[in-house]
Design a protein around this ligand. Structure first.
Ligand code: NAP
Length: 287
């Protein structure tokens, strides 16, 4: 598609943004569907966020993604929030609707859809490792799936305790523990989610759990997507557990953002291919 005076803009605001594969994902889907749209990424320092958001609104962009470190600080510059961003207290997708900026958290849908497609049983307990932004999205996704009991294990236990306090309502039983004690809960948790960077390149040998700590009936979702098969997922496979790699929620969050911006369904097969190629080429450049 040729860029011309009708081309519509979507973009990513983060700091840094260099390693994001969102431009490849969205641009390939725009091209595939013949949409006159383009997705760019902008490295925005925190001190410039307010002016950048005002500028994008004035220019009339279709919408934008927000990543680290702006997912929470963006909220004060928006006009409206959807339920997922209200519940998580974080926004990763913004849509300009009738000249008003509305925030969404599509990481919630990314995690919800990933677990749903693996047919998780909401009756069992879920263990979340980590207490940052991804853990918050995971709690909301689990709530939407009807899970009633969650354990949050984190290195700094006070952060896990703060999350537990925030979400201990609406019938959700939620407990916080130190990461040191995670093994006391892992074997009896049918759903395990790693929401920390443990195991991420270049620390591929690290894992929060070993095969002995995981039960064969469990589903293990690792939000780390580089490498695709993390040490945790290999340990889970050795234990006989079902595994989901971090590319699935990454693609599903992009699908949701794409739907919000265009009202259309992007081709998932193409997104998988593009994402895998982008990660491979990133690895080739780094090694
Ligand atoms: P965040 O808000 O910075 O939180 C990071 C969490 O990881 C904190 O709980 C932190 O514990 C813990 N942590 C960090 N390094 C650790 C270490 N070496 N050992 C033990 N715990 C450690 O980050 P986030 O946004 O939640 O992201 C977490 C991970 O999920 C990242 O790898 C991110 O790329 C990934 N992610 C993936 C997707 C996806 O769609 N696949 C979506 C969102 C995020 P403390 O509180 O003790 O520091």
């Amino acid at each position: 598609m040729e860029i011309n005076s009708d081309t519509k803009l979507c973009c990513l605001l983060g700091h840094p943004v260099k390693h994001s594969i969102s431009p490849q994902l969205h641009n390939s889907a725009f091209r595939y569907l013949g949409l006159n749209m383009v997705y760019l990424s902008f490295d925005v320092e925190p001190k410039n966020l307010s002016r950048v958001v005002k500028g994008l609104k004035t220019l009339g962009v279709v919408g934008f993604n927000v990543t680290i470190p702006h997912k929470v600080s963006i909220i004060k510059f928006l006009d409206m929030l959807d339920l997922t961003s209200k519940e998580t207290g974080a926004v990763n997708t913004v849509v300009l609707e009738n000249k008003r900026l509305k925030g969404y958290n599509t990481d919630v849908e990314g995690i919800r859809k990933s677990l749903l497609d693996s047919e998780v049983d909401p009756e069992g307990r879920a263990l979340i490792i980590g207490a940052g932004g991804a853990a918050r999205a995971a709690i909301v996704a689990l709530k939407l799936l009807g899970v009633k009991e969650v354990v949050i294990a984190n290195r700094r236990i006070w952060k896990a305790a703060a999350l537990a306090r925030r979400f201990r309502k609406d019938g959700l039983k939620i407990k916080s523990v130190s990461l040191i004690d995670v093994k006391r809960y892992s074997k009896t948790s049918p759903i395990i989610i790693n929401a920390t960077p443990i195991g991420m390149w270049p620390h591929q040998d690290e894992t929060p759990l070993y095969s002995n700590d995981i039960s064969s009936g469990s589903i293990v979702l690792d939000l780390v997507y580089n490498p695709l098969k993390t040490r945790l997922l290999r340990e889970a496979e050795n234990a006989g557990a079902k595994t989901i790699n971090g590319l699935k929620p990454l693609i599903e969050q992009a699908v949701k953002a794409f739907q919000l911006w265009t009202g259309l369904e992007p081709p998932r097969d193409l997104l998988w291919r593009v994402a895998e190629e982008a990660l491979q080429s990133w690895r080739r450049n780094e090694e």
